[in-house]
Design a protein around this ligand. Structure first.
Ligand SMILES: NC(=O)c1ccc[n+]([C@@H]2O[C@H](COP(=O)([O-])OP(=O)(O)OC[C@H]3O[C@@H](n4cnc5c(N)ncnc54)[C@H](O)[C@@H]3O)[C@@H](O)[C@H]2O)c1
Length: 251
């Protein structure tokens, strides 16, 4: 399929629903062969079928990002199916409301850090040898404005995303010589299943603070940035930080 990422192979973690699903659909429409990794097996398989029905190429791999052998198996499957890896989108994440940090249990802390930070580390660790072998690649880490400004009630989430921001810069500096780029995206409030459990009042209160239109962002408004960073249009961009929050954190 022709397109802005034609011929590239992209693995997206947490891609069965929400923003990851939107990234997978857009990259496939623009010619990438997409590997959907998630713990939601039925949804992930359904998405792969839906992309194929639209003329795209996608496979689903079971991937718990906290399990190192799952990453290795996912990349092995990608190699067998498509023979290369060009793009990794570390998108899987959880954002439970946890209350103030002085009341946070160690197990709850570890769970969020494990998925949002250690999961992304493992994804990068095992992607880099494949990308180096191909002569380059693009790593896109989905952070959050919680890495940039203080909210309340999400201490482990904010810490995980702040550390992922730092890890992105570290990777950008470390692997530029291999033509492997690493960039971070900082979405603000985006309408996905992640915040479906919030009360309408809380969503309204947060959306009211967004300068551009007093609304939540749409997943595809983040996907277009992912597409740019996945494509060769961004060949001179690494260590970059892209805030997509309707101006919330600019205030
Ligand atoms: N929605 C927002 O407002 C918002 C804002 C800023 C950043 N983000 C970030 O964007 C990313 C996508 O979030 P979303 O809003 O689409 O949420 P979502 O809950 O709709 O999707 C998250 C996906 O990650 C998957 N996942 C969870 N744990 C996993 C694990 N251990 N292994 C593999 N997959 C796992 C889920 O099954 C799900 O498919 C996350 O990293 C999130 O922190 C979201």
């Amino acid at each position: 399929m022709p397109g802005r990422v034609a011929g590239k192979v992209a693995l997206i973690s947490g891609a069965a629903r929400g923003m990851g699903e939107s990234h997978a659909r857009l990259l496939a429409r623009e010619g990438a062969r997409v590997v959907i990794g998630d713990v939601l097996h039925e949804l992930g398989r359904e998405l792969a079928r839906a992309i194929a029905a639209e003329g795209g190429e996608a496979i689903y791999v079971p991937l718990d990002v906290t399990v190192e052998t799952d990453w290795q198996a996912a990349y092995n499957t990608a190699m067998l199916a498509f023979g290369r890896l060009d793009v990794l989108v570390n998108n899987a994440g959880i954002a439970p409301q946890q209350g103030p940090l002085d009341q946070l249990g160690l197990a709850q802390w570890n769970q969020v850090i494990g998925i949002n930070l250690t999961g992304a580390f493992l994804g990068m660790k095992h992607a880099i040898p494949h990308m180096r072998h191909r002569g380059g690649g693009s790593i896109i880490n989905i952070c959050s404005t919680a890495a940039l400004v203080g909210y309340s009630g999400i201490p482990a989430y904010a810490a995980s995303k702040g550390a992922l921001r730092a890890l992105t810069r570290q990777a950008a500096a470390e692997y530029a010589g291999d033509l492997i780029r690493a960039n971070a995206i900082f979405p603000g409030l985006i309408a996905t299943p992640m915040n479906a459990n919030s009360t309408p009042e809380r969503m309204r209160m947060l959306a009211d603070k967004v300068p551009l239109g007093q609304r939540r962002g749409k997943p595809e408004e983040v996907s277009h940035c992912v597409l740019h960073l996945a494509s060769d249009e961004s060949a001179f961009t690494t260590g970059g930080e892209f805030v997509i929050d309707g101006g919330f954190s600019a205030q």
